[in-house]
Design a protein around this ligand. Structure first.
Ligand SMILES: Cc1cc2nc3c(=O)[nH]c(=O)nc-3n(C[C@H](O)[C@H](O)[C@H](O)COP(=O)(O)OP(=O)(O)OC[C@H]3O[C@@H](n4cnc5c(N)ncnc54)[C@H](O)[C@@H]3O)c2cc1C
Length: 397
């Protein structure tokens, strides 16, 4: 009888052997981002979170630019031109540190930079993208308004052309990540020809961005209101290559793709904390990880975590092949954020009372994921996107 081939050892960190799908360059990107987050975020994050601030955000942005994490999958203009899988791996590692850091990077690269890269003029790209890729300029993306979140088609912010051809913007945007620290805002507004995007330098007269405080989620992230009060912009401030909601929605699809991966980072961090705790915490004279009920929780968490990572890989490969549909991104975001939050909540139960302490990451991740569940399309919006794709019937209105 032929000897059976020697099986690789079971790796608790990668039980399905998903790393076999990665190339050496992918692993190098992952290690770089993981190392940066371990040095620059993990030692401070609990303190930042408790204080509700992200001190040194400009320095962090420059460092993220230095490791190529800003506008990472974009080509040219100082961007890294990485694959979608590499970008996803970076999002996972950043969100394993904190969703706020991943949000900073997503909004910069997948929303503000992506909008300019895809829909901007050559002059706009040259003016902003190299400095944004380097982290010298932080960008934000203003779509949501106080009265229009899931339904941006009815936004009230308006841009009107005056007699000289200049644009005049009026309105308010709400819940805008990076708003108060941004040097440039991509703002979406109603015009006579439909919804258009505008590149707004934040030192424009009439522009202000008060920070939103008293958040219980994404506390180590800057979230702001944007106020546009007769903001005058030159005729060429409009993004020339898109009219209509297709513009912002395609940016959101790109950012959501990063969330499919990122949410698994928060889940992984909580899962690892739960495993360590279960192995060391003793009750009834033995480690709680030895009880069948705890093992059932850990097994179910591992199954959903690695299924989610596998799904993210699959979508990444489709994106790299130019075959990723928006409905598939909705599929990924719906599943992975929902499962990630569930993993964090289960991890919290394994840690018992310690689960609510900032000494451990699980409650921080769980509360962060409440925002991630809502932004870039709520659970219900992604259910409706999939429902429409499955039935051909539009239930949005
Ligand atoms: C921390 C944070 C950061 C953010 N950053 C940004 C940013 O950088 N830029 C930006 O533009 N926005 C940002 N947002 C806003 C975010 O995208 C919106 O909160 C989101 O789109 C939901 O809008 P809303 O909060 O107004 O909820 P609503 O749209 O008012 O929805 C409330 C509830 O009603 C449900 N609902 C609505 N319509 C339907 C329907 N037809 N059928 C069934 N259910 C429905 C929703 O699913 C939800 O459960 C951020 C939000 C947060 C919390």
């Amino acid at each position: 009888m032929a000897a059976s081939p020697k099986l690789p050892a079971f790796d608790p960190a990668d039980p399905l052997g998903i790393d076999d799908l990665l190339e050496p360059e992918d692993l190098a990107v992952r290690d770089t981002v993981r190392g940066w987050a371990a040095d620059r975020v993990l030692p401070h994050i609990a303190d930042w979170y408790e204080k509700g601030e992200l001190p040194g955000i400009r320095e962090l942005a420059r460092e993220l630019g230095g490791i190529g994490a800003l506008g990472m999958s974009l080509e040219g203009y100082g961007c890294a031109g990485a694959s979608a899988v590499q970008y996803g791996l970076a999002c996972l590692e950043l969100e394993a540190a904190d969703s706020g850091i991943r949000s900073l990077v997503s909004v910069q690269g997948s929303l503000a930079m992506y909008a300019i890269h895809r829909f901007g003029s050559e002059e706009q790209k040259e003016a902003w993208l190299p400095r944004m890729a380097a982290g010298e300029v932080i960008g934000c993306f203003g779509l949501t308004e106080p009265d229009h979140g899931s339904d941006p088609a009815h936004m009230r912010t308006r841009a009107k052309r005056d007699a000289g051809g200049e644009w005049v913007l009026n309105g308010r945007k709400m819940w805008i990540t990076n708003g108060s620290v941004a040097g440039v805002a991509v703002v979406w507004a109603q015009t006579e020809e439909g919804i258009r995007g505008f590149v707004v330098p934040t030192d424009s007269t009439g522009f202000s961005a008060p920070e939103i405080k008293h958040k219980w989620s994404l506390r180590a992230s800057v979230t702001s209101e944007l106020v546009l009060d007769d903001v005058r912009l030159p005729a060429d401030a409009v993004l020339p290559e898109v009219t209509g909601l297709r513009g912002p929605l395609s940016c959101l699809s790109h950012a959501r793709y990063g969330i499919v991966w990122g949410s698994m980072g928060a889940a992984r961090s909580s899962f690892e904390a739960a495993v360590e705790y279960a192995k060391s915490r003793e009750q009834f004279g033995r480690p709680i990880g030895g009880f069948q009920l705890t093992q059932a929780k850990l097994a179910d968490m591992a199954v959903e975590l690695h299924k989610g990572i596998l799904l993210a890989h699959h979508l990444g490969r489709r994106m790299d092949a130019g075959r990723l549909r928006p409905e598939q991104v909705s599929f990924g975001k719906l599943n992975n954020v929902r499962e990630a939050i569930d993993i964090c909540r289960t991890a919290r139960t394994i840690l018992g009372a310690n689960g609510i302490s900032l000494e451990y990451p699980v409650m921080r991740h769980a509360t962060n994921l409440e925002s991630v569940l809502t932004y870039e399309g709520t659970v219900e919006m992604h259910q409706l996107v999939l429902g429409k794709a499955l039935t051909g019937l539009d239930a949005f209105r």
